[in-house]
Design a protein around this ligand. Structure first.
Ligand SMILES: Cc1cc2nc3c(=O)[nH]c(=O)nc-3n(C[C@H](O)[C@H](O)[C@H](O)COP(=O)(O)OP(=O)(O)OC[C@H]3O[C@@H](n4cnc5c(N)ncnc54)[C@H](O)[C@@H]3O)c2cc1C
Length: 400
């Protein structure tokens, strides 16, 4: 059976997230963008509504909803402001869901529960100044000394780093082993040698915060290592499956926002004695936005459904991310065109949509990386391997 309806719980969550976004997020979006201001006051409000642990099981402090619900929240938030969506797709998607898959019970108690409740904020540190797409080109190292690892290195472009309490970082425990030599660690704020510098001057996502993270002889207890030594690469890839999902849903929200703004403008702007919506070439732009919106939504819904079933979904999530983010850039570009000269001014939100959209085809795998991934699956060079990397199926209790 194929069913495209949201259930009652999902619809209520969607309504609540949309209302929150309209009341608490949208009114500040333009000013935060202008001032490059991250509105940290939103965090406790999101926590109160359960958004910071939306799809984390209740026994780990979350709202216990399914993975589609994570997407619904991301889509609703990004409709109002990409910066607010970033909080959820990074904190929940990249970080908390990784703890859910890979953490020990003790680590879940220590890190996941406070994150799901929104008392602690998590970020994800993979990229370095000289290694982004080329993950294995990273320089960070972790040297075991007794019951600690000593971490050294620098991470770059880390979303939420300036406000984060838990830094999920990746470093080589054995460089010779390449992909099998990376390990994952939770570094806690305040750890000796850990410092964060906020990045300013971004083209978009100016209401979001990102930073570089330096680790200088930072001691990290062995108890903070996620997974086994050498499992860091697969852990990072599984994290990206979930971060990309929130991003795909969020970018869909951005397409919707660009489209709605374009429709409203096309209905009100007069040219040649009639609303510009009556001009066929303007209709063409609106129609293209509709096609992008509907297709992007179907792709992330399918990926969310697969996550709920506990199925591997790297290929489907990647496709959803690639399509929705390129779609967001295109839809925002079209929105500027529909607005004519006014689209070039921050009097209307569409120029901000464009600048925000532009980041989405760069992070969590550039569009080029997603093309390679799709082609490699098609060619049989890549196939699903480890079921350990997937989320626990929704609604199925693990055996105690
Ligand atoms: C706003 C923002 C927030 C971010 N947040 C985070 C975060 O929270 N955590 C984190 O770890 N990182 C984060 N990043 C970093 C982001 O994931 C990287 O920028 C991204 O992976 C690309 O890496 P790079 O910038 O080093 O570019 P490069 O990898 O140097 O790529 C440069 C160009 O070469 C192309 N290219 C590279 N390799 C190939 C290849 N094999 N085949 C074809 N083309 C290729 C790329 O597609 C791109 O066009 C963020 C970035 C931005 C802009």
């Amino acid at each position: 059976m194929l069913d495209f309806r949201l259930d009652e719980e999902q619809r209520l969550l969607q309504d609540m997230a949309r209302e929150f976004a309209a009341k608490e997020v949208a009114p500040q979006a333009r000013e935060n963008d202008e001032r490059q201001h991250f509105d940290a006051d939103l965090l406790p409000k999101m926590a109160d509504l359960g958004l910071l642990g939306v799809c984390i099981p209740e026994r780990y402090g979350g709202a216990g909803m399914d993975y589609v619900s994570l997407g619904l929240v991301c889509e609703a938030l990004e409709y109002a402001d990409s910066s607010a969506r970033t909080v959820v797709s990074v904190h929940v998607g990249l970080n908390s869901l990784t703890l859910l898959i890979w953490g020990t019970e003790e680590q879940k108690e220590r890190f996941l529960v406070p994150q799901a409740q929104g008392r602690k904020i998590g970020c994800f540190g993979l990229t370095e100044p000289n290694a982004g797409s080329d993950v294995l080109g990273m320089q960070a190292t972790a040297r075991r000394v007794g019951e600690y690892y000593v971490l050294n290195g620098e991470k770059m472009w880390i979303s939420l780093a300036p406000v984060a309490d838990h830094f999920l970082v990746f470093a080589y425990t054995d460089r010779e082993k390449r992909a099998r030599g990376l390990s994952a660690f939770v570094v806690e704020k305040g750890a000796p040698g850990l410092s964060v510098a906020e990045i300013h001057g971004k083209m978009g996502l100016r209401g979001s915060c990102a930073g570089s993270v330096a680790l200088s002889d930072t001691p990290v207890p062995v108890a903070n290592r996620l997974g086994e030594e050498g499992e860091g690469f697969v852990i990072a890839m599984s994290a990206l499956d979930n971060g990309r999902f929130g991003l795909a849903a969020g970018a869909t929200g951005l397409i919707a926002a660009a489209h709605d703004a374009s429709v409203a403008y096309a209905q009100s702007r007069q040219a040649f004695g009639a609303p510009i919506g009556q001009l066929q070439l303007v209709k063409e732009m609106l129609a293209e936005q509709v096609s992008l919106l509907e297709a992007a939504r179907l792709l992330w819904w399918r990926a969310g459904w697969m996550k709920n079933q506990g199925q591997p979904n790297t290929r489907e999530t990647s496709l959803a991310k690639w399509f929705a983010t390129e779609g967001a850039v295109r839809a925002a570009d079209l929105a500027i065109q529909v607005h004519g000269g006014y689209g070039y001014s921050n009097e209307y939100p569409v120029e901000r949509f464009y600048r925000n959209a532009r980041a989405t085809t760069l992070y969590e795998g550039t569009s080029q990386i997603h093309k390679l991934l799709q082609a490699d699956f098609a060619l049989g060079y890549r196939a699903y391997k480890s079921p350990r990397c997937t989320l626990p199926p929704y609604g199925v209790e693990e055996e105690e």
